[in-house]
Every structure is written in C-alpha cells, then in structure tokens.
Design a binder for this molecule. Structure first.
Ligand code: ADP
Ligand code: MG
Length: 386
C-alpha cells in the first residue's frame, strides 16, 4: 500500500541534493471525507479516512539554525533561519513545512536546531485529497521525533492546523490533519469538531469487497471563495437567529421552528448542516451494526442535501454521482467544499470498471473535461518509514 518507490525517491533525492544521508524518512497520507460536509466549522461531525497516497519527507537536523526544504514538485531549494519564520518571510509551498517548524516551537519547549528536508509525494494536489495536510503531518511527525518534543497525535494535528492558519494563511479546520495522523487501515476517523474527540471506526470495505472510487471532475473550485464565505455566513446568521452558539446544538426537532424564523435560503443552509450531522452519526452507527453495504442511501442523501439545500454542487459532480449510482455504485456523493473538485462512489469491486467506463462515456457525451478516476483505500496515518 505504501509506495516504496516514493520513499526511496525521497531518500535518494535528499542525498543527491544535500550530499549526505538523511537521518530518516517519515510519511503521512492524504485523506478523503466519507461523509460530513460543511459541518466542521459548525462544530459538528465528520468521518474522513486516510488514503493510500502519501507524502514522504526525508529529514536530518543540522548543527546550525539554517532550515532548507526542497520538493520533487519544483526545483527551488527554500532556505530560512529558524527564528526568522513568519507569515511574511515564507511563501509558496515552503510555507507548509516551515509553518510546521514554527508551530511546533509555539506549542512546546525544546532544543530547536535547523534542518534539511526533501519532500516526495504521490498525493494528487488540488483534488480535494489534502496534499497540504499530508505535507504538514509528515514534517510534524519527523520534527517531533528529531527535536524530541513528545507531542501526541492530537497535539500534532493542532500544530498542522496552526501552521496552515498562521503561516500559510488558510483558515482551515482540523479535519484533514486529524485524518492524516489518526487514520488506520480500513478505518475511518470519526471526529467531533466541537471538542476534537476522535474515534476510529471500522469501515469494512475490504471485507465486503467494496472500494471507494474518486472521480476528480477537474472542475476548479469555481467561485469557491465567495461561495464558501457566504455559506459560513448563512450558518452563523441561522445560529444567531435561533439563539444557539453553533448549528451543532440543533437537531431535526428544531427545524419547524427554524422554518418559521428564518428566510427560505438561510433555512435551507441550516437544514443541510442539521441533517448532515445526523447522517454522520447514522453512518457511524450503520457501519458498526449493519456494515458498509448499508451506508449508500446516507451518502446519496448527503449529496442531495448539498445540491439542493446548500447549493454547492455543479453539473459535473451531479453527473458523476448519478452515473455511478446507475451503473452499480452503492452510494455516491460530492466530497469537499463544493463548486467543483471530486465525487466519491462506494462501489463493489466487480462493478469498478463498469462505473469508471460509464462516467468517462457520460462526461465525453456532455463535452465535460475528462475526469480522473481512481480507487483509494483507507490506509495508516503518519509514521516513520525507516
Ligand atoms: P489540497 O490540500 O486539497 O491538495 P491545498 O491548496 O490545501 O490543496 O494544498 C495544496 C498545496 O500544498 C500546493 O499548492 C502546494 O503548495 C502544497 N503541497 C502539497 N504537496 C506538496 C509537495 N509534495 N511538494 C510541495 N508542495 C506541496
Ligand atoms: Mg488542503
């Protein structure tokens, strides 16, 4: 599952560039969200899992305060002194590893020195599979060990989020890092975004002969910034009007009152979040009792809610979902923030090629950009490779 090729590549690239052997290689996976969309910032529930696409970091500490990072993604070596790391001083992708080094120093005391890092990855960038968390978490586990900080996985998840918020400048939640650090083979990470309590839940996909297809529509998140901000604002407005701190505090029983108090659009946004939280809870319960073959309706209901109530789907995502279902997927939904990106389809192994071919044919018939379709499985979280 773990790609030896990539692990060896990171080590070899490190040696070629820096002309000495790295102390070790650490890796962290990307993630996909099985269910629970736009619930994180409403203090609700999510159920992502770590995937079998990883980012590898070959790392050594240095005697001085120089920090260098390089990646197979581009040829530049980025360099900075350890105590000079700030939002303004670092840019580009180097903000992720340097940001983690900065956030680790904020989080704890230690004997910090500079480092050399080489990054190699087979996590697709920008497909909604969180290549950013993969790079953060690979670097976080490496430096946590080499600097002897002793932070646990939950603390490291907060470090990754802090780096992304403060140094990269992206106001993201903690779901991605939690999945990348806490994932296990064939398990999901059930996360309560109010208190960050996390439990692993067996998915049972392998046992039941199921696989999760990613259908990357290649539609760049159109209007994503404005759309995301306006959805967040609607959720805050709804919560305030209903007298709660966050939509997490509401259940389906509150919806009739919400319908009376809110305008139609705000009500629809609130209904998505309230019902989506319940669908995450129902998915976890269903996985524990009946198994993964019974979560298909919940996945599709999630898609319909995002399409109709939250209004964040696009034609390509709807086409991917409906075509996959028509050709044998058990459940399918768009995943991620919306306005583009990827759909997922939980599919019996025997139906993988039929679903893949049908989606490709339908996209071609509609003159959509050719989608990228591949299978992912639930893989272990961040680890030291050697
Ligand atoms: P996502 O996390 O969904 O893939 P983001 O925009 O959050 O998308 O993060 C992608 C960014 O992370 C890239 O633009 C790049 O800056 C950085 N990144 C991810 N993986 C690597 C890598 N292997 N090498 C260099 N930068 C990377
Ligand atoms: Mg990201």
């Amino acid at each position: 599952m773990t790609s030896d090729l990539t692990e060896n590549a990171a080590r070899a690239h490190f040696e070629t560039l820096y002309e000495y052997r790295p102390t070790g290689v650490w890796s962290a996976p990307g993630r996909v969200n099985l269910i629970g969309e736009h619930t994180d910032y409403n203090e609700g529930f999510v159920l992502p899992f770590a995937i079998n696409r990883r980012t590898f970091a070959a790392v050594s500490l240095r005697q001085d305060n120089i920090c260098r990072v390089a990646s197979s993604f581009e040829p530049t070596v980025h360099q900075i002194e350890l105590d000079a790391i700030s939002r303004d001083a670092v840019g580009d992708w180097a903000a992720y590893p340097f940001g983690v080094a900065w956030a680790l120093q904020q989080a704890t005391a230690g004997n910090f020195t500079g480092f050399d890092i080489f990054i190699d990855s087979d996590v697709p960038v920008g497909a909604g599979l969180s290549s950013s968390a993969a790079i953060e978490c690979a670097v976080a586990v490496a430096l946590n060990e080499l600097w002897s900080l002793g932070l646990d996985r939950r603390a490291l998840a907060r470090v990754g989020q802090h780096a992304e918020n403060a140094i990269v400048g992206a106001p993201t939640g903690i779901m991605d890092q939690s999945a990348s650090l806490l994932g296990e083979t064939d398990h999901g990470v059930f996360l309560d975004c109010r208190d960050l309590a996390a439990q692993v839940v067996e998915l049972g996909f392998a046992k039941e002969g199921l696989e999760l297809l990613i259908i990357d529509t290649k539609v760049a998140h159109r209007h994503a910034d404005g759309g995301y901000a306006s959805r967040r604002a609607a959720c805050e407005l709804g919560a305030a009007a209903l007298g709660v701190g966050s939509l997490r505090e509401l259940t389906a029983q509150d919806l009739p009152r919400a319908a009376e108090l809110l305008d139609a659009t705000t009500f629809a946004r609130v209904r998505h979040v309230v019902t989506e939280n319940q669908r995450v809870l129902d998915t976890v319960e269903t996985l524990r009792t009946l198994g993964p073959r019974f979560i298909g309706e919940l996945m599709h209901a999630s898609h319909v809610s995002m399409r109709d109530d939250f209004e964040i789907s696009v034609d390509e995502l709807d086409t991917a979902v409906e075509t996959a279902l028509k050709h044998g997927a058990i459940g399918a939904r768009m995943t991620g923030g919306g306005f583009g990106g990827a759909a997922i389809a939980l599919t019996p192994v025997a139906k993988i090629s039929e679903v893949t071919l049908a989606v490709l044919a339908e996209f071609e018939a509609l003159h959509y950009t050719k989608p990228d379709i591949f299978v992912v499985s639930a893989a272990p979280g961040a680890t030291r490779e050697e």
